[in-house]
Design a protein around this ligand. Sequence first.
Ligand code: 8NA
Ligand code: MG
Ligand code: MG
Ligand code: MG
Length: 311
Amino acid sequence: MAVTRNDKCRGLLLGAGLGDALGAPFEGRSRVGSATLTAEEEAPSNLVHTDDTALTLALAEHLAARRAANPLDDAIDEDTLAQRFAEAWRREPWRGFGGGIIEVFGLIHEGVPWHRASRAIFGGEGSFGNGAAMRVAPVALVGRSLQHTVELGYRSAVVSHAHPDAQHGAALQAAAAFLALCSDPATPLDSTLFLQGLGQVVHAPAWQDKLDRIAELLTRRSTPQHAGAILGNGVAALESVPTAVLAFLRNPDDSAETIRYAIHIGGDTDTIASMAGALAGARNGAKALPTRWIRRLEPTARLVELADRLS
Ligand code: 8NA
Ligand code: MG
Ligand code: MG
Ligand code: MG
């Protein structure tokens, strides 16, 4: 049966939440064994999400509220969005936020404008962390075109991440989510075309180099560890967004396998698996995700409701 647009929208948000919550227990490990991951997959306990999903929810809620207030309005209001992110951190500061972003959100909460707060860290250059990319996928649900989605990706990023690499990472992940959402899961995904599409988005040489490396890795049977060694697995956007794209393109038709591969890469496992999970979920839909996992994920009802409002 054909996968509906609504199911793909649900898949995008649920895939992001599942990758985050399943990957979180392994964050920072250089090696993740299959037995420990299987044990985590089969445990009866709730799947607890982290900052990745907390901020994805905040962005999705902002987009849904904007659409409900006036469907013809611009999808994002930067000042309001900055407040919503800071509120999400204030409500649940224990969700594992990065050290730099805590300062930015603290300043925004105190009333400092986001364009100043985002530059108040790391000697004025701002964060190059993957925090803008890890939360960006919902913009693909409202983007009218690839270009529009990329624009929304950049605009959602600048409110906290002043460094160009953090912004490029968000734009690239937004574009990948849009292309995954538009792709037909009944037809094999053409990874060359997919990477060509991403190549139109970010022109910075370091990012183009990563896209070339993804293409190269896809021609070989590389282990997740090898992929991590070539592309990176750290908290910097440049060290994790291309890695998540690779995890998706490695297993584009099996969302659970995409998430497993991403976690086996090690390092920033919750974030790489969350970004990869959003892409796989957007292509294959929510019904293709393991129901066992969805039942254990704490914010499932909120994610589904937001997907329905945005689809
Ligand atoms: P961020 O802005 O704090 O960036 C993450 C980290 O990257 C910072 O704490 C720095 O160590 C480093 N960094 C970023 N920009 C610079 C710079 N310009 N110069 C030097 N170092 C820099 O937060 P973010 O929201 O961008 O990061 C998202 C990540 O943080 C995700 O992996 C998320 O899961 C979370 N995270 C949490 C834990 C944890 O302890 N639970 C661990 C790692 C990451
Ligand atoms: Mg996290
Ligand atoms: Mg505006
Ligand atoms: Mg992380």
